[in-house]
Design a binder for this molecule. Structure first.
Ligand SMILES: Nc1ncnc2c1ncn2[C@@H]1O[C@H](COP(=O)(O)OP(=O)(O)OP(=O)(O)O)[C@@H](O)[C@H]1O
Length: 257
């Protein structure tokens, strides 16, 4: 993935500019920043859903990227079954027509459903499932096509601790075993801290890129937020304290909408 001198502006508001980021196969990059700093928009630019205002963005893989969109609760009336939702992740993939192709497709979908532990409800209409159950199916949908690039927008939201761990480990395994490059938008770095190679931190048009030890420091975050921010390391976890930032980091505040 190559992002070169890229900018994104809406009207007079510049979300980010001069962004250079090259992500190697197998690399795990966390994207952090307060609400509205342009994290989701960056994923949309990479997906080709949004044109950058300047610069270039390139994904050098033939396969479509896997995408876990920011969670929106599905309407109760949605009758699509879990297994069909996951199968949508295979659209555009071809194993030929006929029985062999169908069987292969079914096998991959079942494998992806197993990997997120969703067997028990995969045949149910997704509109009737809990937020966390729907989220696990979305993760399976993003991984079923065995993408070389995985774009995740707060994928752990509404998962319990055990499933946060399971999904993080699954994504980590995918990038280690298959060399999938991962961009992972999150408000909470601790659940993925063991896996993160680099952090891209966006704040109000400014940004910093580097290893977690370089970016997640009082000095760097105070500079980015232009206010005093204290970063504490406790028991292998990172805690961020500061008037403005406390609101952003410790609480997921996207109610499903
Ligand atoms: N197509 C658009 N036209 C105009 N403004 C837009 C458009 N898309 C996004 N924005 C604005 O750009 C800003 C960044 O949005 P984005 O969704 O990228 O933020 P984010 O960092 O993902 O925030 P959050 O943490 O709340 O998810 C927001 O203020 C949003 O309203």
């Amino acid at each position: 993935m190559e992002i070169t001198r890229a900018s994104l502006a809406f009207g007079s508001r510049t979300l980010w500019s001069g962004l250079d980021l090259e992500v190697s196969p197998g690399e795990f990059v966390a994207i952090l920043g307060p609400n509205g700093s342009g994290k989701t928009s960056l994923l949309k630019v990479l997906l080709g859903l949004q044109q950058p205002s300047a610069g270039t963005v390139r994904i050098t893989s033939g396969r479509p990227p896997g995408y876990i969109p920011q969670q929106r609760a599905m309407q109760e009336a949605v009758t699509l079954r879990g297994v069909d939702l996951v199968g949508l992740g295979l659209d555009g993939h071809r194993w030929g027509f006929g029985l062999g192709g169908l069987r292969e497709r079914r096998r991959r979908v079942a494998e992806a459903i197993d990997a997120v532990g969703a067997q028990a409800y995969a045949a149910s209409p997704v509109g009737k499932l809990s937020g966390g159950e729907q989220q696990r199916l979305r993760v399976a949908q993003a991984l079923v096509g065995e993408p070389d690039v995985l774009l995740c927008d707060e994928p752990l939201l509404s998962l319990d601790i055990a499933h946060q761990r399971a999904v993080s480990e699954l994504i980590d395994r995918r990038r280690r075993e298959a060399g999938t490059a991962v961009l992972f938008v999150t408000h909470e770095i601790n659940p993925i801290l063991p896996y993160v190679d680099r952090v891209l931190y966006l704040v109000d048009g400014r940004f910093r890129i580097g290893a977690p030890d370089e970016v997640m420091t009082s000095e760097t975050l105070s500079e980015l937020f232009r206010t005093k921010v204290d970063v504490f390391r406790v028991g292998g976890q990172i805690h961020v304290a500061g008037t403005q930032i406390a609101l952003c980091e410790d609480e997921p505040h996207h109610a499903a909408s």
